[in-house]
Design a protein around this ligand. Structure first.
Ligand code: ME8
Length: 633
């Protein structure tokens, strides 16, 4: 049996979950699902880090005991993940008794082995980092992360001698070039190792901090929070009592952001080595989500709450955006506008549209059943081969955590399928009674949807399962990469549901011209040019007029009901040029993200475009019929 053990950091409970935490956890869930598709048995561990100074101070600030406080916030984390369709195997909390036992067991072992020593230390302590900083680490005398001056502190403590293992770790990194991914972070770690390692202070006197795991051989001390936290990766799989821990440990991969590279890439492998255990297999390091160029973090308070995003956009759109927008390893900028634009373009216009048109045509032309396919032509074969090879390339990128590239390749294949629909024109085949050909084209498209639904499951699980259901398939049976790639699983005659649109287009935020600019624009007579970005702000779409009537009491105004693809009302000043009945069925171009305006009591949700010359006014129409909602640009 192939196995995979994946972990996220255990998050501090000194604040509620934000989008940064959600990203790492979505990545882990996506990889877990991706592995399951490939037949792996997966253990996915996440949880909360609940000891230390930070937590005590956060609890005090709320007038709670640390225990009351950690219970409350841990619950918030636990409740957030299902909102994003995250399915972990275990949620570990470092305040659980079995984790505490593991930490004490490890301390005892290392103490007996002689890796832990007691001594007095005088140094500069950062309460934010909860550790002593070295002089080299300071920037302008301040902690580089918290920008606060460290406090001089003289204390007797227990130390773990890292330097003993320094050369071994350098050697390990050199022998295993893919131990830390992407490679830039490996270089950073090698740099730190070459500077030399100082002993790590792994205790805190109880007189200063009591909220921690007591030392087994000295009740006056509790364990440094990082030494405690890293061990969750072992206690979470039942180390040392449950014998199954070993099978998971052999295949352990950790996913973190670059803020906690040093503890994971240096302290943790050394702790494992000292314990005589194999090191984990791989460390995957990603960059930061920024908001207005600053790292999203609880200390800066510039956070986006995952629950809010999910309630506005739905979990699958949020997951898709996070994975598509960030190149794993690098920083990315978050904005809701980017989320709307990206998911409208790729999920609504490309993928959603392919699903919608295919299932509608099967409904209309094949009585809602998988058609009997006629003979395969080179065009059908080309689409099939391109799609399957896109999936192969997607798989390679997914295996290497290059989700953004994988999705871009898959999206290319979706666009190819949409072009295939345009070229094969099933509506023409239907009109001409070419049933065999029509059957083959729609069968090819249905198969393409089946394959896409399966391979997109790790990213957009709920939509993928809905789509499989609409295709008359059972997710439990279909969710396998091998089966996905076996072309021709759909049985002619099987019932297919049209279902609801998977990804209805979202409204883009309205773009209003501020009054100040309006005034000066009127004064300015010179010609103006704008960068392309300005044009891209306008959401222009093809809309189909489904009803038209005069607005009572006016000569110029018509009230139109249009489909784009959702239905909207638009008030247009064209009554002197068009009669209502000649408009129904026409396709026009709609400006879809104008701020809605009330005109003669009717709320108009957009503007349709027309050209005017001396002969009068003519609506802009597409040369041929297109799918309502199609983007113009
Ligand atoms: O460090 N962008 O917990 P933590 C991307 N308890 N990811 C981000 C992010 C951002 N702006 N902000 C946070 C701790 N993260 C320790 C970990 S593990 C044994 C102990 C994510 O609550 C990212 O995964 O500060 C980062 O590594 C983690 O949250 C830090 O979470």
């Amino acid at each position: 049996m192939k196995r995979s053990y994946l972990t996220t950091p255990i998050y501090y409970v000194n604040a509620e979950p934000h989008l940064g935490h959600a990203y790492t956890t979505v990545v882990a869930d996506t990889v877990a699902r991706w592995k399951r598709l490939q037949g792996y048995e997966v253990f996915f561990l996440t949880g909360t880090d609940e000891h230390g100074d930070k937590i005590v101070r956060a609890a005090e600030a709320r007038g709670l005991t640390p225990r009351e406080y950690v219970d409350r916030i841990a619950e918030k984390f636990r409740q957030t993940w299902p909102l994003l369709h995250i399915q972990y195997t275990r949620f570990i909390r470092t305040t659980e008794p079995d984790h505490k036992r593991v930490v004490q067991h490890v301390l005892q072992l290392l103490y007996e082995k002689g890796d832990i020593s007691f001594g007095e230390y005088e140094g500069l302590y950062c309460f934010g980092c909860e550790r002593f900083l070295t002089r080299k680490e300071l920037r302008d005398g301040l902690c580089p992360d918290h920008r606060t001056p460290p406090t001089p502190l003289r204390e007797s403590n227990y130390f773990f001698d890292l330097s003993r293992y320094q050369n071994w770790l350098i050697d390990h990194l050199q022998k295993h070039p893919d131990f830390i991914q992407p490679p830039g972070y490996r270089e950073e770690v090698l740099g730190l190792l070459r500077e030399g390692l100082e002993p790590l202070c792994i205790s805190r006197p109880k007189s200063r901090l009591s909220w921690g795991i007591e030392f087994p051989f000295d009740p006056n001390y509790v364990t440094y929070v990082w030494f405690d936290a890293l061990l969750n990766y072992l206690s979470g799989i039942g180390y040392p009592d449950d014998p199954s821990w070993e099978k998971w440990w052999q295949v352990a991969e950790h996913i973190i952001a670059k803020d906690i590279l040093k503890p994971h890439a240096i302290y943790w492998p050394i702790m494992l080595r000292a314990l005589g255990l194999p090191v984990y297999r791989r460390l995957h390091v990603h960059g930061y989500w920024n908001l207005n160029q600053a790292k999203m973090s609880k200390s800066l308070g510039n956070v986006v709450r995952p629950g809010d995003l999910v309630s506005r956009y739905g979990a699958d759109r949020v997951r898709y955006f996070l994975l598509r927008e960030m190149a794993f390893g690098q920083d990315a900028e978050f904005s809701e506008e980017a989320l709307v634009l990206r998911t409208n373009a790729e999920l609504a216009n490309d993928f959603g549209n392919l699903v919608f048109r295919t299932l509608s045509m099967v409904g209309k032309y094949c009585q809602g059943r998988v058609p009997v396919p006629g003979e395969e032509t080179p065009e059908d074969r080309t689409l099939k081969e391109r799609l399957l090879s896109a999936v192969e390339n997607f798989a390679r990128e997914m295996d290497h955590f290059r989700f953004h590239l994988g999705l871009s390749l898959l999206n290319e294949a979706v666009r190819e399928a949409n072009r295939y629909v345009d070229h094969q024109a099933p509506w023409e085949l239907n009109k001409k009674g070419k049933q065999d050909r029509l059957g083959r084209v729609l069968y090819t498209l249905l198969e393409a949807l089946r394959v896409l639904a399966v391979v997109l499951w790790p990213i957009i699980p709920r939509s993928s399962e809905l789509l499989l259901g609409n295709l008359g398939l059972s997710p439990a049976e279909e969710l396998s990469l091998e089966r996905a790639l076996t072309w021709g699983r759909l049985k002619p005659g099987q019932e297919v549901q049209r279902g609801k649109a998977l990804f209805p287009r979202l409204e883009r935020p309205s773009f209003e011209v501020p009054d100040r600019e309006k005034d000066s624009a009127e004064e300015k007579v010179e010609e103006k040019t704008y960068p392309l970005e300005e044009f891209k702000k306008w959401d222009l779409r093809v809309a189909e007029i489904v009803a038209a009537e005069r607005v009572p009491g006016t000569d110029r105004l018509l009230r139109l009901t249009v489909r784009c693809p959702e239905e909207r009302t638009v008030v247009a000043g064209i009554a002197e040029h068009y009669r209502p009945e000649e408009l129904v069925g026409k396709q026009v171009v709609l400006v879809a993200n104008l701020k809605p305006a009330r005109i003669r009591g009717v709320l108009s949700q957009g503007m349709i475009l027309a050209a005017r010359d001396e002969k009068g006014l003519k609506l802009l129409v597409p040369e041929e019929t297109v799918t309502p909602g199609a983007e113009v640009g």
